[in-house]
Design a protein around this ligand. Sequence first.
Ligand code: GTP
Length: 334
Amino acid sequence: MKAVILVGGFGTRLRPLTVTTPKQMLPVVDRPMIEYVVSTLKRGGVSEVTLALGYKEDLFRAAYPDAVCDGVSLSYAVEPEPLDTAGAVRFAADAAGIDEPFLAVNGDVLTDVDVGSLWDRHRETGAQATIALTRVGDPSRYGVVPTDPRGKVLGFIEKPNRDEAPTNWVNAGVYVLEPEILGRIASGRRVSIEREVFPSLVAEKGLWAVKSEAYWIDIGTPSTYVQAQLDLIDGVRGAAMAGIAADARVDEDAEVERSVVMEGAAVAAGAVARDSIIMEGAVIERDALVDGSVIGPGARIGEGAKVTGLSIVGDRVSVGAGLLVDGSKIPSSA
Ligand code: GTP
């Protein structure tokens, strides 16, 4: 099976972290986000992946110089300009010479959705496209997808008002597509798969869906970037992963509670890190507090400073001793 992974977005909601690193190259506990996505596809039987690249594409090439990720062979399709979700799928599939049914996935979804059974269902129904659905509490941020009892899609409503959503089952960002669909996507301009392609397939009764109760999180926001990592160390998604990297330096008088401390990071005596992500090489000085926040790579939190309330401190930024940062992104201009 072949797959296209969309990884060309600007990741604006995760700024300032995405100013230097594209979203899918941001680390999630111990490896870049993209590696979890590739692993999920590999488990479902995918052996060749094309990355639909745009923003900071060179960092992907540099990370996988032999074009192999988790044993799956990679190819790269770099858009001359952002073509949006459907435009990017077409561009990448054309570049890879795909002429058979294939998978397309959003690169910022961490999930255990069984892509193999999605594929099987697609073959059974003869659909033009089959999408995985996941159930969420608040569907208003997503593409809401009502179906009939067999899974035929009855509507595709992108980001409706909460009280207008007919169901809590939403687009999980994992699709099987027939190659014929590619010809219907205009080339060379932005085309949205959610706003243009899927609604037109619904009108032709060609879109089917499979509901999945498997783990799923859209990791594109600060709160979900933190949550996805806490889920991994809490063991919500399989065996619990270690939160503190082997070469991180956590003083014996520091308190690290339900947090990720990545490679080369340091937490000094008297400092507290709680429900937080301390990225590579970041330093938390004495008596500082980091609570429910993200400290970017190489950043430094000065003695006695407090970083709380889903703050994000960018790459190599210093927060001075004793300062209070609450619910902010620094630098705020990013
Ligand atoms: P925000 O700016 O925070 O909304 O993030 P984003 O740019 O990643 O957008 P969004 O989360 O809506 O994108 C969903 C997926 O599609 C992500 O994996 C993006 O990398 C990808 N994506 C979005 N637009 C494009 C595009 O124009 N080209 C390519 N290749 N990928 C895209």
